[in-house]
Design a protein around this ligand. Structure first.
Ligand SMILES: [Zn+2]
Length: 226
């Protein structure tokens, strides 16, 4: 077993050299400041690397990731990232990004016990419980991905309700909150049409996006049953 991870350090040197030769002065410019326009709040899953998926370079995307892309009002880690992104960096967009076949969402859905993370996933189980009757109407194989999308909407709504975002909107700062889902099977991001730029839009935007998600799954269920 390699103990010094030489291959990673070698890859890094190659990447730095390639980047600098493609754009001379790249790193010395970044040293002076970062001006990302976007805050990405995504799942920690290694198959969902934020920058690569949207082809953004260092300095262009501010990122927070945790298991199952949860935004909790008492999570000082996530809130601190959000506050720095909004107040100091003045990001224009906060994008909550879930992904299909999320292991955290699957564990929450099926009450799988895996350890400490079970407590964290209680937040996703709250989402499951809110929609338990509807999830029951779907075919079992649809339920994980449906809950992944419901979870994105719930966590994006939580992001809207943080003091960070509410205060930004109250002082007239432009911040738009979005909900997206990434398909592990095809590498594509999908906009769940939750796009919120003012406090008074949150409720209606959430209801609309929720209705859209449900309609899509119900249509898929009917089609596969036919
Ligand atoms: Zn995940």
């Amino acid at each position: 077993m390699s103990t010094n991870l030489q291959e990673l350090l070698e890859s890094n040197r190659q990447w730095a050299a390639d980047t600098e030769s493609r754009e001379p002065g790249f790193f010395s410019r970044l040293l002076k400041q970062q001006t990302p326009q976007y805050l990405w709040i995504g799942c920690a899953d290694s198959r969902v690397p934020a920058n690569e998926l949207v082809n953004l370079l260092p300095g262009e995307l501010f990122v927070h990731r945790n298991v199952a892309n949860v935004v909790v009002h008492s999570d000082l880690n996530c809130l601190s990232v959000m506050q720095f992104a909004v107040d100091a960096l003045k990001v224009k967009h906060i994008i909550v990004v879930g992904h299909s076949n999320c292991g955290g969402v699957r564990a929450a859905l099926l009450d799988l016990r895996t350890g400490l993370v079970d407590n964290w996933l209680r937040h996703v189980q709250d989402v499951r419980n809110d929609h338990a009757d509807w999830l029951e109407t779907l075919q079992p194989e649809q339920r994980v991905n449906a809950l992944c999308e419901l979870n994105v909407l719930a966590q994006a709504r939580n992001a809207c309700q943080t003091t960070v975002v509410q205060d930004a909107w109250a002082r007239g700062q432009e911040v738009v909150v979005h909900g997206w889902v990434y398909g592990l099977h095809n590498g594509l991001l999908e906009d769940l049409s939750l796009t919120v730029s003012a406090a008074e839009q949150v409720g209606e935007a959430y209801r609309q996006a929720l209705a859209n998600v449900k309609k899509r799954y119900e249509a898929a269920r009917v089609n596969s049953a036919a």
